[in-house]
Design a protein around this ligand. Structure first.
Ligand code: PMV
Length: 342
């Protein structure tokens, strides 16, 4: 599918914007893959994410960054790409749960603008689903409760991931920083005396391997390994869960060295689960040499992004990665979301 002429960054420049919604990307600090099997993961929102604007139109979602248009109000039997299928999944949930949105779809267009790299393990697909559902509901003044939002976003995530834990859209929908399990959702980290609080976030360097992450393939591979060696893989998930708890405790006490060590150990577990790749290992090594306390892949793996915790050495890590041809940026993961902006 080709994009019709439209503003280059996806914003609806000339049309009157009927509604706009934002959802942040995310970074998983510890616990990806094991979280699919009920273990906890530590994750936080990125400062940037996906913005969707809705204008009067004919039922299309435009994603200029991907050079595609997906139908919002009908099925496209010729195109079963993930985006089109995920769009249909969001649409089906909204139409069933919010009839006003369903009836309005054929006279609305939506355009999505990405402020985070896509296909990189930074939760852009979940942020797209959340921002799209919010913007469409807003355009027709329908109340989108948490339950319907979660259902729509999980339906889209299942298309992108195969078997989704729900962590991406939990962070996209709520922002902030916390421990996530399938059973409890996203909870802020407890303080030492047990009271809940939101942390100010963790400063990380995020570097891109240059290779698309392979969430669906890697989730499927972990499932194969688990079927072949159930006890061994369950033990590995338990070890990862212990690292997540250690990492969470380290954040609440401000012990960044302990957080870095937990990230290092988690990366070794992820490598053993066959979700790393040569570029990820190389970037982790370079980050180490540049003084990082810890580095690991984030998200599905097989490509995508690497996180490095390198307080005071962020520029050194960026230079080391840049010299080797890897792009990067520094971000604060887990800053509380501005409700008004969402
Ligand atoms: O690659 P991402 O950003 O979609 O993250 C995937 C995280 C996994 O734990 C591998 C899968 C999931 O649904 O939790």
């Amino acid at each position: 599918m080709t994009m019709p002429a439209h503003s280059t960054d996806g914003a609806c420049a000339k049309e009157t914007v009927l509604a706009r919604a934002f959802a942040p990307g995310k970074a998983i600090l510890l616990g990806e893959h094991a979280v699919v099997y009920g273990r906890p993961a530590l994750a936080g929102a990125l400062g940037d994410g996906v913005t969707v604007e809705v204008v009067a139109g004919r039922g299309a979602l435009r994603v200029p960054a991907w050079n595609v248009v997906a139908p919002l109000d009908e099925n496209d039997d010729d195109d079963r790409s993930d985006l089109v299928t995920a769009c249909a999944a969001v649409r089906d949930v909204l139409t069933r749960r919010l009839p006003d949105v369903g009836m309005a779809l054929r006279r609305l267009d939506a355009a999505a603008r990405f402020g985070v790299p896509t296909g990189a393990g930074l939760g852009s697909s979940a942020a797209l689903a959340v921002a799209l559902a919010r913007a469409l509901a807003r355009a027709v003044d329908a109340r989108l409760g948490d339950e319907v939002l979660d259902e729509a976003a999980l339906a889209a995530e299942t298309v992108f991931h195969g078997r989704a834990s729900g962590i991406d859209h939990a962070v996209a929908a709520r922002g902030g920083f916390g421990l996530y399990t399938r059973a409890t959702g996203l909870r802020p980290l407890p303080t030492k005396d047990g009271a809940a609080r939101v942390t100010e976030g963790v400063r990380l360097v995020v570097g891109h391997t240059g290779r698309q992450r392979d969430t669906r393939g890697r989730v499927a591979r972990v499932a194969e390994l688990r079927a072949a060696h159930p006890e061994k893989i369950e033990r590995s998930f338990d070890s990862i869960a212990a690292l997540v708890e250690r990492g969470a405790a380290a954040i609440t006490t401000g012990d960044l060295a302990a957080l870095g060590a937990a990230m290092e150990e988690n990366q070794r577990q992820l490598e053993a689960l066959e979700v790393s790749c040569a570029e990820i290992e190389r970037m982790c090594g370079l980050a180490h040499e540049a003084g990082a306390l810890g580095a690991k892949l984030t998200g599905g793996g097989g490509g995508g992004c690497v996180l490095a915790l390198a307080p005071g050495r962020e520029e050194a890590v960026r230079v080391a990665w840049g010299t080797a041809g890897f792009t990067s940026f520094v971000t604060l993961v887990g800053a509380a979301m501005d409700e008004a902006a969402a």
